[in-house]
Design a protein around this ligand. Structure first.
Ligand SMILES: Nc1ncnc2c1ncn2[C@@H]1O[C@H](COP(=O)(O)OP(=O)(O)OP(=O)(O)O)[C@@H](O)[C@H]1O
Ligand SMILES: [Mg+2]
Length: 360
């Protein structure tokens, strides 16, 4: 219910709610201002904009921003994704058919194949690709010039991108979770488009349970709308919103079943941790990547889960949220684990945020 991943059907509904311009895009002030400057400058220079990398958890607006970039540059937009490009030839076909100034949106760029990635380096830097014809000893590379284009890459896992690829982006925008008041604005805008009557307290209640994510906010709004329709409620207030969301098992902090399962496993099976991410994922019957990109970022931000060099730990707030008494001395132990993490981060130890499992 509060997974930030969009189902195919939801992606269609989303299109209708997507802001079309930077001014309409709520929140992310820093990224918006910086991006607006990049676009304005390239418009003044009469050039295509620098390549842009957008990173951040699902549902925060990466695809939306890519579309806005094309719209603001008055340029056509081509959409593809890392998993769709398995051979360098797939990428060559796309690149060689781009028109001048076109915006190429490459979603999930971290999932592109290695050979395609290497072709992309040259295309980004020199607007050139080598098309390889033939096989083995007789193979020859035919250089092909490309028109200037703007690559917009999106990834939920910036840490997985190789340095040389990251370095070729002129601008990197990292999207953060939204504050509650920003989500209220997202909801107000959506309710307007959906012709729904919701009062301020109603918006606040939904926003608080939206895990800092506009996609989830919009989805919860639709569920509350359904509930109100069935219960004959015309004006949605906080009571209606919370009754509806309780029914969908979205708790007061916005945690859903997976989030609670992760915390419960950490606290119950692993006595608060530390435990490796893949072990934790197996314990809740989910893919490691799902736990890492969907559940974990929000749990970390909420101070419920901690990442340490030795694995994931439950923070004291997790016990409190689950209504379970932490073992004696737990707060002190988790604090020292957190200090370890700071030390490791300070010494430039990489594995912490790259998604590599600590226990392999
Ligand atoms: N800043 C915003 N203001 C208003 N609505 C937003 C904003 N950001 C996102 N949304 C809404 O949230 C939905 C999801 O956004 P989007 O598809 O851009 O997320 P994403 O980051 O690309 O997610 P994913 O990683 O799953 O591809 C969109 O339908 C859009 O309406
Ligand atoms: Mg997207």
């Amino acid at each position: 219910m509060v997974s930030a991943d969009g189902e195919p059907e939801e992606r269609m509904i989303e299109a209708a709610l997507r802001p079309k311009s930077l001014d309409d895009f709520v929140g992310q002030r820093r990224v918006r201002e910086q991006l607006s400057l990049v676009l304005e400058a390239s418009r003044m220079r009469g050039r295509s904009a620098d390549h842009v990398l957008l990173s951040g958890p699902p549902g925060l607006g990466k695809t939306t921003l890519a579309m806005i970039i094309a719209a603001e540059m008055n340029a056509p937009l081509r959409i593809t994704s890392g998993p769709a490009i398995q051979h360098a030839g797939d990428l060559a076909a796309i690149l060689s058919s781009l028109s001048e100034g076109e915006v190429l949106f490459l979603d999930e760029i971290h999932r592109m194949s290695r050979p395609a990635e290497e072709m992309l380096y040259m295309a980004m830097e020199d607007f050139r690709v080598d098309i390889v014809v033939g096989k083995g000893a007789g193979a020859t590379a035919i250089p092909l010039d490309l028109p200037p284009f703007t690559l917009v890459g999106a990834t939920t896992r910036a840490g997985l991108l190789p340095g040389p690829l990251r370095d070729r982006f002129g601008f990197t925008g990292h999207l953060e979770f939204y504050a509650v008041d920003e989500l209220e604005r997202v909801l107000r805008r959506s309710a307007g488009l959906m012709d729904l009557a919701v009062n301020s307290a109603g918006f606040a209640e939904i926003a608080m349970r939206s895990r800092g994510t506009p996609r989830i906010a919009n989805r919860l709004l639709r569920r509350v709308r359904d509930w109100a329709l069935v219960h004959g409620v015309d004006q949605i207030d906080s009571r209606a919103a919370s009754a509806a969301l309780d029914m969908y098992e979205v708790d007061a902090r916005g945690l859903d079943r997976l989030d609670r399962a992760v915390l419960q496993a950490l606290v119950g099976k692993f006595h608060g941790g530390p435990v490796g991410l893949s072990t934790l994922a197996i314990a809740v019957g989910e893919e490691t990547e799902t736990v890492e990109t969907v559940a974990e970022p929000y749990l970390v931000r909420e101070g419920l889960l901690g990442r340490t060099p030795r694995g994931r730990i439950a923070m004291p707030a997790a016990y409190e949220h689950l209504g379970i008494e932490p073992p004696a001395g737990y707060a002190a132990a988790s604090l020292s684990a957190r200090l370890d993490e700071d030390v490791a981060a300070g010494s430039g130890m990489a594995p912490l945020f790259t998604g590599d499992d600590v226990d392999g």
